[in-house]
Design a protein around this ligand. Structure first.
Ligand code: SAM
Length: 260
C-alpha cells in the first residue's frame, strides 16, 4: 500500500484560467483528489462530466507531478445539462482544450465529446481504477450513470461522486445526487463522505483499499482547509464592500452631491 502524503500542489491551469478554476464548486476538493491520485496511482482514470476542468486538471496535475503511468479519459457532451446549460453560452469545450494543451500536453489524455451512455460500451468490464461521476445531479441521472459504469470498475476500484452534501437543494427538495448517495451507503459496505465543496462521496469497492484510506487519509486537514478558504473569501468580500463604499463616497464628493 502506498503512503498517503498531503502535498501542497500548484495547479498550473490556474495561470491560464484564474477566474473559473480556483473558484469552481469543486475547487475545495482539488487538494484532496490530488493526494488521492498520488496515493492510489490509478492506471485508468475516467471522469463523467468535465465542464471547464476544475476537477479534471486537479487529477492531471497529480498525474504529471507524480510521473504516474495513468491514462485519463474525460467524457462530456460539453453542451451542458439542467444545472450548467447557462455556462454553455460560452465556448466551454474550447476553453477546456486550450488549458489542457497549455498545461497537460503530451500526457495520456483522451477526450470523448459524447454522452456517458454512448461512451460506456467502449470501456471493457473491470478496467477502471478511479471513476469520478459529476454529470447531471438529478436522481435518475446519477443512478443511471453509477449503475451503467459500475461493471467497468476493477475489483479494487474507487468511485467518486460530487455534490452529495445534505445542504444542496433543487426545487425545495434534496439534490438527487445526495439522495442517490445516501442509498449507496446501504448498498455498499465501504462508503465515505468528505463534507467539503458541496460534498464528495467515495465508494471503495475493496475492503482493503478502504482500510488503507481510513488508516492514512487525514480528512480533518481537508475539512479545516475548506473552512480557512471560506473565512478568507468572507474577509475578501468584506474588504471589497468597504472599498466600494469608499469609492461611492469619492464619486459623490466629486459630483458635488456629498454632504461635506
Ligand atoms: C457539474 S458539471 C462537471 C463539473 C466538473 N467536474 C468540474 O469540476 O468543474 C457537469 C457536466 O456534465 C455534462 N453532462 C451531464 N450529463 C451528461 C451526459 N449524460 N453525458 C455527457 N455529459 C453530460 C455537462 O455537459 C456538464 O459539463
Amino acid at each position: 500500500m502506498n503512503e498517503w502524503i498531503c502535498y501542497e500542489p500548484v495547479f498550473a491551469c490556474d495561470r491560464y484560467q484564474p477566474c473559473l478554476l480556483p473558484y469552481g464548486p469543486f475547487a475545495g476538493l482539488r487538494d484532496f483528489v490530488y493526494d488521492l491520485v498520488r496515493w492510489q496511482r490509478p492506471k485508468k482514470l475516467v471522469e463523467l462530466g468535465c465542464h471547464y476542468g476544475c476537477s479534471s486538471f486537479a487529477f492531471l496535475q497529480a498525474v504529471r507531478d507524480g510521473n504516474l503511468d495513468t491514462g485519463y479519459w474525460g467524457i462530456d457532451t460539453w453542451r451542458g445539462d439542467l444545472f450548467t446549460r447557462n455556462d454553455y453560452r460560452d465556448d466551454v469545450y474550447g476553453e477546456f482544450c486550450r488549458v489542457l494543451s497549455l498545461c497537460y500536453d503530451h500526457m495520456d489524455t483522451h477526450l470523448l465529446r459524447c454522452s456517458f451512455q454512448e461512451a460506456a460500451p467502449g470501456f471493457a468490464d473491470e478496467s477502471i481504477d478511479l471513476l469520478h461521476i459529476d454529470g447531471s445531479h438529478m436522481y435518475e441521472d446519477v443512478r443511471r450513470d453509477f449503475d451503467m459504469w459500475l461493471p467497468k470498475m476493477k475489483k479494487d476500484g474507487v468511485i467518486l461522486l460530487h455534490d452529495v452534501a445534505d445542504y444542496l437543494f433543487y426545487e425545495g427538495e434534496h439534490l438527487g445526487s445526495w439522495r442517490f448517495f445516501s442509498e449507496l451507503c446501504c448498498r455498499f459496505p465501504h462508503v465515505r463522505r468528505l463534507p467539503v465543496s458541496c460534498g464528495l462521496g467515495l465508494v471503495f469497492l475493496s475492503e482493503e483499499m478502504c482500510r488503507g484510506f481510513d488508516e492514512q487519509a487525514p480528512l480533518e486537514i481537508y475539512i479545516k482547509e475548506e473552512s480557512r478558504r471560506y473565512e478568507d473569501a468572507k474577509a475578501r468580500l468584506r474588504e471589497m464592500s468597504f472599498r466600494m463604499r469608499d469609492l461611492e463616497e469619492v464619486l459623490r464628493m466629486r459630483s458635488g452631491t456629498g454632504n461635506g
